[in-house]
Design a protein around this ligand. Structure first.
Ligand code: SAM
Ligand code: SF4
Length: 468
């Protein structure tokens, strides 16, 4: 979501003459787009601001000025504190007000520096009544082969550990027509894969043109009809909102990729209740079963929190049991981090860092082994891969398999440019813990780059179902 928001901020600033640059050194403006989900992410903001102060001073010494802005959820939650602790900051704004950047930049220019070489201290952390989406301009930069489209924001679920409802605000779904229009525009610009974004994306309930409401499953069906789009994904989902229409879309929509990030957080019913997740471990397993019935090759991913207040050895053992029952293709796991203002942070039964670290290591070992096994099972298979960008090594492109694995594909150096953006069938030759490596199954040429012929049909064949 932050990557998407940063791109949109660049779109808002483009008419003012700003363009993205690779380094903060010498820039006219630096925006730190921040995350407040765990303490570590939030603290990083202050160390980054220290580093950026040196660039700001350097710029001032050259007679120029670098505006330093803090955006995102840390800005929303700790705006005043940022201005107090980091006087070099010129502007602080939250996730729901970045469409106002042109006026905020003008306001910042009018405001005097709070002290010599210091920041100007402008703050906008409103939750405006109007949606920012009604004010965002069209995309300014050419997209790649894969793009994000935000369809839903905020959350009303109030899990007891989570800051999102406080920093992103109440749940909001964009109207279906606006999403379809953005998707058509992206497809016309060459985008093949769209990932629909939302903190609670499957709670989507967007206004439809006939005055009714569309669920995410209905929206996916409409998006699947757009010519040029070959792949659809969505993230992040809550188990409670996994409705029949969405599960049916997994069975019926070939374009909907067989990968789902469905966070469960814990395998213990006691902890799930304390987390206010409003489902049990058995409910989650039933949903997984229904999804796998709909799409047998569905690869699953999840988020886990270990060391939630009051979590016992038995509760943690229940989490390991659930992981063993589901079998994940990949997953994210975190030590519980108490967040200011959330109910769990004031629970008395906080666990020690040592217990959290030990449990996290145990869980990550199991999840790592499952991911390695999932990747290893792909060796020897032919998988469709959307080649998104050059890899780190010469003669290498990187893309995603249907199951979200990063795949490094060896191609002739001269064909790199021509093949970037192609959907290509790749023979998987090697598996690593977090990626695969392979080669195209057809001759991709490579001698005469200037011929610029379209990729052979075999390279753009629609995604096939592959049982992993
Ligand atoms: N809406 C999604 C859901 O309900 O699962 C999760 C979105 S949240 C932005 C991403 C992940 O951060 C969560 O799934 C959770 O695992 C993790 N997370 C959130 N608050 C946390 C906390 N206080 N400590 C540790 N991890 C946390
Ligand atoms: Fe946070 Fe997700 Fe719970 Fe909402 S549903 S409060 S975003 S963890």
């Amino acid at each position: 979501m932050n990557v998407y928001d940063s791109t949109r901020m660049a779109d808002v600033l483009a008419p003012l003459g700003y363009e993205a640059v690779a380094s903060p050194r010498g820039a006219d403006m630096v925006i730190l787009n921040t995350c407040h989900i765990r303490e570590k992410a939030a603290e990083k903001v202050f160390s980054e601001l220290g580093r950026l102060r040196a660039f700001k001073q350097e710029r001032a010494a050259e007679g120029g000025e670098m505006l330093l802005a803090v955006a995102g959820c840390v800005a929303q939650a700790e705006g005043e504190e940022i201005l107090r602790r980091a006087p070099q900051v010129d502007l602080v704004f939250g996730p729901q007000t970045y469409h106002r950047l042109p006026e905020l930049v003008a306001k910042t220019a009018r405001a005097g520096a709070r002290h010599e070489g210091g920041g100007r201290g402008v703050l906008d952390i409103d939750f405006p009544a109007e949606s920012k989406f009604d004010h965002l301009p069209e995309e300014s930069a050419a997209p790649g082969a894969a793009a994000f489209v935000s369809v839903q924001e905020g959350c009303d679920k109030f899990c007891s550990f989570c800051v999102v409802p406080y920093t992103r605000g109440a749940e909001y779904s964009r109207p279906a027509a606006a999403v379809l229009e953005e998707a058509r525009r992206l497809a016309a610009a060459g985008v093949q894969e769209i990932t629909l974004l939302g903190q609670n994306v499957n709670a989507y309930h967007g206004e439809a043109e006939d005055g009714g409401t569309w669920s995410l499953g209905r929206l996916i069906r409409a998006l699947a009809e757009i010519d040029g789009l070959t792949r659809l994904r969505y993230t992040t989902s809550h188990p409670l909102d996994m409705d029949d229409e969405l599960i049916a879309a997994h069975a019926e929509e070939e374009k909907l990729m067989p990968y789902l990030h469905l966070p469960v957080q814990s395998g213990s019913d006691r902890i799930l209740a304390a987390m206010n997740r409003r489902h049990s471990a058995a409910d989650y397993l039933r949903i997984v079963e229904r999804l796998r019935k709909a799409r047998p090759d569905l690869a699953l991913s999840s988020d886990f929190i270990v060391g939630f207040p009051g979590e016992s050895d038995a509760d943690f053992a229940d989490t390991l049991k659930l992981v063993n029952e589901v079998g994940y293709a990949q997953a994210y796991s975190f030590k519980y981090s108490p967040r200011p203002g959330t109910p769990a942070a004031v629970e008395e039964a906080q666990l020690s860092e040592a217990v959290k670290a030990e449990r996290l290591a145990g869980l990550q070992q199991l999840l790592g082994a499952q991911a390695t096994a999932f990747n290893a099972a792909c060796v020897g298979r032919d998988l469709p891969v959307l080649l998104e960008r050059p890899g780190r090594k010469p003669g290498q492109l990187v893309g995603r398999s249907p199951y979200m694995q990063a795949v490094h594909v060896a191609v002739p150096e001269v064909a790199l440019q021509r093949l970037t953006g192609a959907l290509m069938t790749v023979h998987v030759e090697a598996a690593h813990p977090n990626s695969l490596a392979g080669r195209p199954i057809v001759d991709v040429g490579g001698v005469d780059e200037s011929a610029a012929s379209p990729a052979p049909t075999a390279l753009t064949a629609p995604t096939a179902r592959i049982t992993a």
